[in-house]
Design a protein around this ligand. Sequence first.
Ligand code: 5GP
Length: 218
Amino acid sequence: MCYFRKEQPLLKNYGNRPGELFIVSGPSGVGKGTICKEVLKTESTVQLSVSATTREPREGEVHGVNYFFLSKEEFTERIENNEFLEYAEVFGNFYGTPIKPVEEKLNSGIDVLLEIDVQGAIRVKKNYPEGIFIFVLPPTLAELRRRLTNRGTDSPEVIEERLSKAMGEIKQMFEYDYFVVNDDLEEAVATTKAIILAEHHRVKDHGLELLRILEEEE
Ligand code: 5GP
């Protein structure tokens, strides 16, 4: 009997459960930003957290959309006021996740996606171990080098720095729940969506609520 499928629209509506926090991270140049952008196109329950940074805006980047662009002083003040869920220095600039919008979204049942570096993800894990941690891997280190070179945004010295950091970061994968290999983008996006879908179907998170809905019907 296809009982649950028939009831699925009702069962999907299980009220104000807190949202899930998904953390997508991995080495620089691995394509985590592209994966997140693609995932967000179709996952209507998930919203991206807009980070704060001290780096200069790149062409086309908009304050409040891509990042909150802050001065070093403004960023430091926010650290002192405990306004970040995590922050880290990434290649000479500071990046941080503002805690308030994340909390508000999670409390109102919206899922939040953080696209952050590995140090930041490890810090989130300490503060919020209930998060779902996804590590994006390159298919090979040679391919990572090729992508960093083709991006054309970094000098050869910076590329070498990013690559030497990458292996140390990959070893931290064991702190994460899932890995996604970004070889074929479409496949990597599908895998990430599958992880999100699976996490929405955890009996431990939703079983009691589902039972309540079905019992009310009796
Ligand atoms: P980009 O300057 O290229 O936008 O980002 C550089 C790196 O900073 C990327 O690896 C990106 O994932 C990371 N990043 C962006 N926002 C945050 C954040 O809020 N916290 C941390 N820890 N890393 C971030």
